[in-house]
Design a protein around this ligand. Structure first.
Ligand code: SF4
Ligand code: SF4
Length: 423
């Protein structure tokens, strides 16, 4: 990697803590990713992206800003990337998958709050994330109480626009959300100084749908046995989807899929045929939270799908492209979000129906429900998931964990026992 120290300093990063972070990532990545056997060649691009995680992409964001563009950060798949793109901005997902800024975060947050919230607050207060420091503003949402209140505090450090997300899917909730999407479009126009035309928006929708279609193609290939790609590599791609350049990323995923199609034709996989197949569901796994997938895939199973926002929930619904008017396009954007089966919805039967369908489509032998500690929406909803899977005699393992590594041994024992049971 080139020397980016000057750029990081100019962003105001805390160089000591940032250096610590940069020292942790490469060895972890080597052990978790590069040691996997039979990796597809197309993963080289994604390895390169991670290797340059705080380098090249940040440089691109800085160049975009120098040319007058804006960078807007988001924390949830409800935030419509298409609108930011249509206004000539760049929308990036802020990851928050590591507990490096905990001490700073605990100065303003209670100790018992989910690690994802603690992580993003720690990143901002500790000045360790160049993505965060590249953002002109961030967009929050009211998907859970912890986030909702944390965004008020975050607003003391960076401008935050909050979208009020509905918690039900009734017609009045749809109306509320459409109004929020329209307000968001106005806010983005003001922030970027760029009036969005229907043509801009239609083009941006097509491009972001193209990214979703490439990811759907990858997901489709994972239905095969033997699996042509590991769950860890797939998760990594899904995580990178949130901050990489849209058209470049789409092309690279499609290239990888071309390679995987050939592997499928030749019955070549990354694990032997009949390896136990697992679906992971629950709280999103932000980069670099790879703990549970790594344990699963080094304990004799392969992950074939993620019912997560860092997974299918991110890309399986597309924005309909059947209209050309501004109002129609905004309605279609709002409609797509309401197809996301986030646990903040009540009731959220769609998620459970989808899980049952996935088990059948992917010929899964079991489901692992992984929720972050103190994440009420997912830890409580695990009860519903458990009851329905039991009725359908689908084996389930429920896990609650954080970003620390202290429970790794205990998780490994439980996951190994589960995999043995479903083998
Ligand atoms: S789990 Fe819910 S709140 Fe979290 S990213 Fe997904 S949709 Fe947003
Ligand atoms: S992981 Fe759960 S508690 Fe944490 S921000 Fe997401 S929904 Fe809220």
């Amino acid at each position: 990697m080139s020397n980016y120290n000057e750029m990081w300093r100019s962003l105001g990063l805390n160089m000591t803590v940032h250096d610590q972070l940069m020292q942790v990532l490469p060895p972890t990545y080597h052990d978790v990713y590069l040691m996997q056997p039979n990796r597809p060649q197309g993963m080289e691009y994604f390895d390169f992206v991670v290797n340059e995680i705080h380098g090249l992409r940040i440089q691109e964001l800085q160049e975009h800003k120098k040319a007058g563009g804006k960078v807007i950060g988001a924390f949830c798949v409800f935030v419509p990337e298409e609108i930011v793109r249509a206004a000539g901005g760049i929308c990036i997902g802020l990851c928050s998958g590591i507990d490096i800024g905990t001490a700073e975060a605990e100065k303003v947050l209670p100790r018992n709050i989910c690690p994802l919230i603690k992580s993003f607050m720690g990143f901002k207060l500790g000045k360790v994330c160049p993505y965060f420091e590249s953002c002109d503003m961030v967009v929050g949402e009211t998907t859970c109480d912890g986030k909702k209140k944390a965004f008020e505090i975050l607003n003391d450090y960076i401008p935050v626009h909050v979208m009020e997300t509905p918690h039900m899917k009734k017609s009045r909730d749809r109306e509320l959300w459409l109004e929020e999407v329209k307000d968001f479009a106005h806010m983005v126009e003001k922030a970027t100084g760029h009036n969005i035309t229907a043509n801009d928006l239609a083009k941006a929708i097509k491009e972001v749908n193209g990214k979703r279609q490439a990811l759907q193609r990858l997901a489709e290939l994972r239905k095969q046995d033997p699996a042509p790609i590991s769950g860890k590599d797939s998760l990594l791609i899904e995580q990178i989807a949130m901050y990489d350049d849209v058209t470049r990323f789409t092309a690279k995923v499609n290239e990888l899929c071309n390679e995987l199609e050939k592997k499928v034709q030749a019955s070549k996989g990354v694990f032997p045929s009949r390896t136990p197949r697992v679906i992971v569901t629950g709280t999103p796994m932000a980069i670099p939270n790879w703990k549970v997938p790594h344990i699963i895939e080094t304990s004799g199973a392969v992950i074939v799908a993620e019912e997560l926002c860092t997974g299918l929930r991110y890309f399986e619904n597309e924005v309909a492209e059947d209209v050309q008017t501004m109002d129609g396009l905004l309605e279609n954007i709002a409609g797509r979000c309401l197809g996301v089966n986030c646990a903040v919805f009540t009731p959220n039967t769609g998620r459970i129906e989808r899980l049952l369908q996935l088990v059948e489509d992917y010929q899964a032998d079991g489901v692992i429900h992984c929720a972050l500690s103190f994440c009420d929406p997912y830890t409580v909803e695990a009860n519903r998931v458990e009851n329905v899977l039991k009725q359908h005699k689908i084996p389930l393992l429920k896990i609650e964990t954080g970003y620390d590594q202290e429970d790794t041994g205990q998780l490994k024992t439980r996951i190994e026992a589960f995999i043995e049971m479903i083998s």
